[in-house]
Structure formats: C-alpha cells, structure tokens
Design a protein around this ligand. Structure first.
Ligand code: A2P
Length: 280
C-alpha cells in the first residue's frame, strides 16, 4: 500500500467486529444458497470444523444499540483454501437467514475466528471406509472434508450419503463431487483418479429421483449396502461422520451403535462422530 500524507478517507459504514468481505454468492434453490468470504490471515482450522458467523441486528428500539446475530456454521471449504465457503438454508422468518440470504458480493459479514467441532479426522480411529451421512445443509462439513487430501490418504473408500427433499436440493453436493474429478490439487497429491474412492449415494424423499427414501430406512432394509455392493457397516473397517437435523442424527446414532460403532471425540477418537446441521 502507498504511504501518503493525506488523512485516511472517512469510512462510509462503521466497521463490523471481525468483518469479512463476501466474494461470491450462489442461490441453489429458493431454500438454499452458498457463499464465499475472505479468510482472516490468522485463521487456521481443521476441515470439518465450524465457526460463528452472522450480521449486525437492528438497533434496539430503546437504546439504539446493535447486537450481532451469530450462528454456528460449518466451514464448507477445505483447510487449504484461500477463502471460506458456507452453505446455508434460507428461513423466511429466521432471525439470521432471513437477512443473510440477501448478502451480495462486497458486503461484510461477521466471522468469529474460533473454529471448533467434532467432524474432524482426529476424532476417528484409523479405518478402511469412511461414511459421511448428511441431510439438507448437513452436507457442508463434508464439502470441506471431500476436498481435504487427508480424507483420501487415510481411507480406501469414502461413501457420501445425502438425503434431501428434492433433486434441486442435491445440486450443490452433486456439483461439488463432479468437480472433484478435475480438482488439480487432489489429482496431483493423491493421484489421478483418486475420486474413484468416492461412492456418492444421493436420495430424495419428496420428489421422484433414481433413489428414493430416507437413508436411515435404506440402511435398515440393507438396500444401501446392496446398491453399493459393500458389506454392512462394521467397527473393524468402517468409520462414520454424521451431520443433519436432530431427529436424523439420533436415528443414525442408534443405527451405528447397532452395528457396534462407538462415538468418538477430539480427545477420545473412536468409530463415529456427530454434529447438528445449522437450522434457523
Ligand atoms: P422427509 O422428507 O421424509 O422428512 P429437512 O429439509 O426438513 O431438513 O430434511 C432434509 C431431509 O432429511 C429430508 O429428505 C427429510 O426427509 C430427511 N429426514 C428428516 N428426518 C429424518 C430422519 N429422522 N431420518 C432420516 N432422514 C430424515
């Protein structure tokens, strides 16, 4: 930057605390959008973690003071990316998302640079096959982990299941997985054709598609294992990461425990880990 002897220009808008600038926005459906923001130079995180992000709320009617509205959002970009990506639902009367859905390139959001979370490789014991179980925007941490080299270094096979209401709601994930085939970094680091390790298993529940039904039901019936031509989940070989709505997380936990898997944590790695997808 140039050194000048003139006074710095007056800022048009007051600077937000922990402000980051929006660099990209894409609306996938009337309920879903993704966006990218600048990354604080000092922010280090592990693929799969989340941070608190948000916007300034309206001024308080009496005091005029503004408070930030913050929510936990999984970082959807991998740890090596220069920017940060997020994948969000739009809730018409949601305190944050009703406003966040209106952001445009050049706008600022608040991002507290303190990443945390359990959907990290460190929380799992070594295994052969890694399962990612997602519903809706629960795909976000897996968007990060699917672009993370360690995922393919540590496992022979990665199964990503994504259950959504409609085909349109699968598009963000489907596109991301398709783009992995030509991902220069991963092809170079892991080897050409690394993406053949990925088994993508999308399902819909409220719109006709090649595979219909909740993944939980397809696991109970054994259909998912038959479709993928793999053995049922087993604690010797299989590891799991789960991210979806609360009811889904509870059902998948029960199923995984039924196969003999135990829940892990950062300080106590085991066979599977769970995190709730953001809802507003
Ligand atoms: P369904 O349409 O049968 O409710 P949402 O958009 O409401 O967050 O849901 C995302 C997807 O997760 C939907 O396809 C929904 O199916 C599915 N889902 C909701 N609850 C469960 C559950 N307990 N087990 C499996 N899938 C679920």
């Amino acid at each position: 930057t140039a050194v000048t002897d003139t006074a710095p220009a007056q800022k048009a808008t007051p600077t937000l605390p922990d402000a980051q600038t929006v660099t990209f926005v894409k609306h996938w459906t009337d309920r879903l959008f993704s966006f990218r923001v600048s990354r604080p130079a000092s922010l280090r995180f592990r693929s799969g973690e989340f941070v608190m992000i948000g916007l300034m709320g309206d001024p308080d009617e009496k005091t005029g003071r503004q408070k930030p509205i913050l929510r936990a959002y999984s970082i959807a970009s991998p740890s090596w990316d220069e920017e940060l990506e997020f994948y969000s639902i739009k809730v018409p009367d949601g305190p944050l998302t009703s406003r966040l859905q209106k952001i445009e390139v050049g706008d600022q959001i608040i991002l507290r640079p303190k990443p945390v979370g359990t959907l990290v490789h460190d929380a799992l014991l070594p295994g052969k096959r890694l399962w990612f179980f997602a519903t809706g925007t629960g795909f976000a941490p897996f968007a990060s982990l699917l672009r993370e080299p360690q995922t393919y270094e540590d496992y022979d096979e990665v199964v990503i299941t994504h259950t959504c209401r409609t085909l349109g709601e699968l598009t963000y994930g489907a596109q991301l997985i398709e783009d992995l085939k030509t991902d220069e970094l991963l092809n170079e680091l892991i080897g050409e054709g690394f993406w053949k390790k990925i088994r993508y298993y999308p399902t819909t529940t409220r719109e006709e598609s090649p595979k219909m039904g909740r993944i939980t039901d397809l696991m109970r019936s054994g259909e998912v294992f038959a479709d993928l031509d793999i053995a049922p989940i087993n604690p010797e070989t299989d590891r799991g990461m789960v991210c979806g709505n609360l009811a889904f997380n509870i059902e998948i936990k029960e199923l995984l425990e039924g196969y003999g898997l135990e829940e892990g944590a950062n300080s106590d790695p085991k066979h599977y880990v769970v995190e709730k997808a953001f809802v507003d």
